[in-house]
Design a protein around this ligand. Sequence first.
Ligand SMILES: [Zn+2]
Length: 281
Amino acid sequence: MHSLEIGEFRITLVRAGSYWWDGGAMFGVVPKTLWSKHQPVDELNRIEAGFNCFVVENDSRRILIETGGGVRHDPRAAERMRLPDPPRIQEVLAAHGFEPESFDVVINTHLHWDHCGGNTVDTDSGVCPTLPLARYVTQRGEVEHAREQHPRDAMSYRAVNYEPLIDSGRMQLLDGDLEVAPGVEVRVTPGHNRDMMIVLVRSKRETWCHFADLVPYASQVTPTWVSGFDLFPLETIDSRTELFERAAAEGWWCSFGHDPKIAFAKIETAEGKWRTHHNRA
Ligand SMILES: [Zn+2]
């Protein structure tokens, strides 16, 4: 079990499988000679990207961060991503002992398909929330951007993952940072896109930070190792640097959107470079 205690909270990595995507796209302008030492490629130059979801719970609440990539993929796309039999998030959660009915809140850090693909299920009575009793939260600005369908990133958004939840009043649209539950804060952190949120859990002077796609891989603690997907790469570097300084100074545990091996790590700086330490699988 990939779990960590942060004060009164228990945080568990629930990896809803993984997909494989072009390594160069994941590392932007960084040369392959450097990043491939950390992320091995397959025969088509793809690297593994975990669908990293996290359960945050204490005695009074259970929160799910992200719902994975879901199961609605056309066969060609599935083959391109080495995703022949994607797992259903409810089954992955159940395998860890979490019943879908037990969640109070679902946080979507942003609405790219690989973070909210398991939000909804197709049933005989239509599209329903996968976590039937939960309040879903995301940023209003992210929904507006998704609806804009800009050619640069329209393919990352699939309305079935969020529009039915908005229509039925199950998704709360946030206008900025919010403590979604005592000790659990979402914070808008631009870079990957305008409105992506990181998640901070604080209890008894301990902190856990989920970077989501601000830092998809642990090796990207080098602030300039920015993904090619990012809409605002300079802001990614600024957001990362500011957070890494605090993470190192305060000894935060940190997690990453897609690292297929590392669940939790701390961050330190040495000889002018950032690196992770205390890595936990
Ligand atoms: Zn992602």
